[in-house]
Design a protein around this ligand. Structure first.
Ligand code: F3S
Length: 278
């Protein structure tokens, strides 16, 4: 059976870097805590936990003097302060693009600007960003939020975006904000990795007979890839090779493969090898 893999699939630069840093740390020092699941992929989390990683939700659960991994999503300033007080050794795998947002938010907050974040207030990345301005950012997720949130036009505002939000939505929101507020600065901090992955999946789905999308059932970016591919061809969403329906796959000649941003290379390779062996 013939297989073609999307040009861009699986881990983005930031997640790849973070997972590598965490693995290296586990190799040299097995006793490490992660603040929140290191990635939204249960197979990858298990692999890291077998190696000694312990996942906790709050820093209070980590004993003093231990090692702690900060995920690629990043965290607020207080976590660094708490870690310092508890003399915890921090392995900071925050994506450099997210770090840049933290710097913008802190700099402008210190200068007295009001911070506006375009993103999802429940997403760990946004919670972390908000933690660089004393948790007082105005967080906009939808156009409707613009009516319910109160803005003070006598103040200066600065806008940043969650790295994974949709560019069209961002553009719509900033054009409304620009009309609403007189003194406002915009920083388009959206990362292109998600968009590039989606375009690659779309391109590939036009060349093949069916698509297999590998990724966590609860991963929203994986689901998005599934929907994009389904617009063109029959698409199968799987977490691992065990989920593949071999009889169905046999109906196709050329199979395209893509994967969500939290799917490790070894799971993708496993799927590719398996399909090629059918
Ligand atoms: Fe970083 Fe972009 Fe990935 S912000 S974690 S490279 S999606």
């Amino acid at each position: 059976m013939n297989v073609k893999i999307a040009k861009e699939a699986g881990f983005c630069f930031g997640v790849k870097r973070a997972m590598k840093m965490a693995w290296n740390e586990l190799e040299t020092n097995g006793d490490i805590y992660a603040l929140g699941p290191i990635i939204h992929n249960k197979q990858a989390v298990s692999k890291y936990e077998e190696k000694g990683l312990k996942t906790v939700e709050i820093i209070d659960s980590i004993p003093n003097f231990k090692n702690m991994i900060i995920r690629s999503h990043g965290v607020g300033e207080k976590v660094y302060k708490d870690a310092n007080e508890k003399q915890i050794n921090v392995v900071d795998t925050t994506c450099p693009y997210v770090k840049k947002i933290h710097r913008i938010v802190k700099t402008y907050h210190d200068k007295g600007y009001e911070i506006i974040v375009i993103g999802d207030s429940k997403h760990p990345e946004v919670i972390g960003i908000n933690g660089w301005c004393g948790d007082c950012a105005k967080i906009i997720k939808t156009l409707d939020d613009l009516d319910s949130i109160k803005f003070d036009n006598s103040k200066k505002h600065v806008v940043v975006a969650q790295t994974t939000i949709n560019l069209e939505l961002y553009n719509e929101i900033i054009s409304k904000l620009d009309k609403k507020l007189d003194n406002i600065r915009f920083n388009n901090t959206i990362c292109s990795a998600t968009k590039v992955r989606q375009l690659s999946a779309k391109e590939l789905s036009q060349e093949v007979d069916c698509m297999v999308v590998v990724g966590g059932k609860h991963s929203s970016n994986t689901q998005k890839l599934v929907n994009i591919c389904r617009e063109t061809v029959e698409t199968f969403a799987i977490e691992t090779k065990q989920d593949l329906n071999i009889d169905k796959l046999k109906e196709y000649q050329l199979i395209g493969i893509t994967a969500g941003a939290s799917t490790p290379d070894w799971i993708i390779e496993d799927v590719v090898e398996f399909i090629e062996s059918i």
